[in-house]
Write a protein that binds this ligand. Sequence first.
Ligand SMILES: Nc1ncnc2c1ncn2[C@@H]1O[C@H](COP(=O)(O)OP(=O)(O)OP(=O)(O)O)[C@@H](O)[C@H]1O
Length: 546
Amino acid sequence: MDIFRILTRGASLNKKKNVTTDHTLPKNTKNSHEKHKEETLHNQVERETDFFHTRKHSKPEEENKQETTEEKEDEDETPLLEINSEEDAQKFRKSHKSKVTGDDIPLPIGSFQDMIGRFNIDKKLLTNLLAAEFVEPTAIQCESIAISLSNRDLIACAPTGSGKTLAFLIPLIQKIITEPVGKNHGIRGLIISPTNELAHQIFNQLEAITKGYSKRLNCAILSKQLANKLNNKIINSSKYDIIVTTPLRLIDIVHNQAIDLSKVSNLIIDEADKLFDHGFAEQTDEILTHCTFPHIQKSMFSATIPSGVEEMAHSIMKDPIRVIIGHKEAANVTIDQKLVFTGNEQGKLLAIRQMIQQGQFKPPIIIFLQSITRAKALFHELLYDRLNVDVIHAERTPKQREEVINRFKSGDIWVLITTDVLARGVDFKGVNMVINYDVPQTAQAYVHRIGRTGRGGKTGTAVTFFTKEDDQLVKPIINVMKQSGCESGYSEWMEDMGKLSKKDKQKLKTHEVTRKQISTVPKVMKQKRKQRQQMIEASKKEKARY
Ligand SMILES: Nc1ncnc2c1ncn2[C@@H]1O[C@H](COP(=O)(O)OP(=O)(O)OP(=O)(O)O)[C@@H](O)[C@H]1O
């Protein structure tokens, strides 16, 4: 049952008072049966809006069935995979579409238990993984953990939502807790990610799997507060073992000589293609020059690693091993991708309202637009469509952004409108659908945006609207759809749209398509609003003169 069908059955949801009213029942004439019906309806709404399963609620009868004894026995009998030979490794890599290149490549691990046997993993780390319900490693984790624990540099490219974060956290923690050093030795693990949201998310996962290590491991996220304390020499950075940060914040305290990176033996660059892109490359470079530890191990991770970035990686790494899971130019195959021609800008709003009417609009949903102005405009448009919608972008404060994300995760918000600030890495387990209201400027941006759905092994849907103004942007997206096996998601005529030269592609990276304003407010209303605004300004000026 989806939330819109429940609401169109006459229920209304007042999230503030946590009350669901069934308007189909006559007022004040509810008998016990009708009260029960309203109660069930309330449970249904609660369950339907608990998108990320953060709440406890009564399960419907059919879901209460206990695991049958056969299913239980099956779980117990599943053998834990061990990889003991090149032949095992080739079989594993074939089944997981894992391509690994480099010299002296270590065998991947087959399971977390296999990891113990081969790398003598700390028992508490494994307990914490199992307690966080990580039962078996994903393909990128199987390869990366073995490579990193063999002290090799790593270039890792794996689909969005395939577990790259743990792929670098597990070996990092294992190495640091098993290399005993004196107190205040200094930072040995440095993790860099492009946005604060992502840095927080990585730090949360780090905290989750290092429970019980407080005496042996001191980790921190480089927050504004911590940066101030380091800059004012209130705290010495040498007390930390692992720091998670964005490049900008780290550079600031490096310039103040308030952090020592000379002992960093493990450098991890997440969303690497972004951090080597024109916006971040200088900061990333400067950080690398301060990491002077002679045997530093470097690893980089992303769902998209264009060849230019790979060449750069080779120039800063020592004999790296390269891992590609799936196809380098593809999106996660768990995502059903669709390309929709809407004719013009107005057609996009109509397309959304049509999806709602046809029951294809299944929250939680993230809608991406190309600019803050357009995200705000769409927010105001959909505000009156009873969609529990909110908007998040770089002009909102970090506190506001965090609050909106938490309300989205708790199911209070069903539709999150945003820009590319949320396009990478942010992990919402249960997003059903991503809508590209505006076509992304590059194939990489497309892969990361739609990768907000179809994560952690779940499936998802991605819908991309385009108009005749987008004829140059559509080709790279069709290529990604082809590589991902989503040929049914677009029509043949779309393939003949604008072919891009290398120069065009480069230009599109930095020049947005100009689009007509998003609004269905009639022109006459806009003029009236403008006149009223001008009268208000004039009267304010009049008053200010006396
Ligand atoms: N071994 C595992 N078993 C089950 N779930 C896992 C496992 N590893 C990671 N996950 C879950 O999969 C989801 C995606 O993980 P993560 O955010 O690390 O993906 P990612 O590859 O970094 O994605 P992106 O490219 O978008 O940054 C998370 O919710 C995470 O908890």
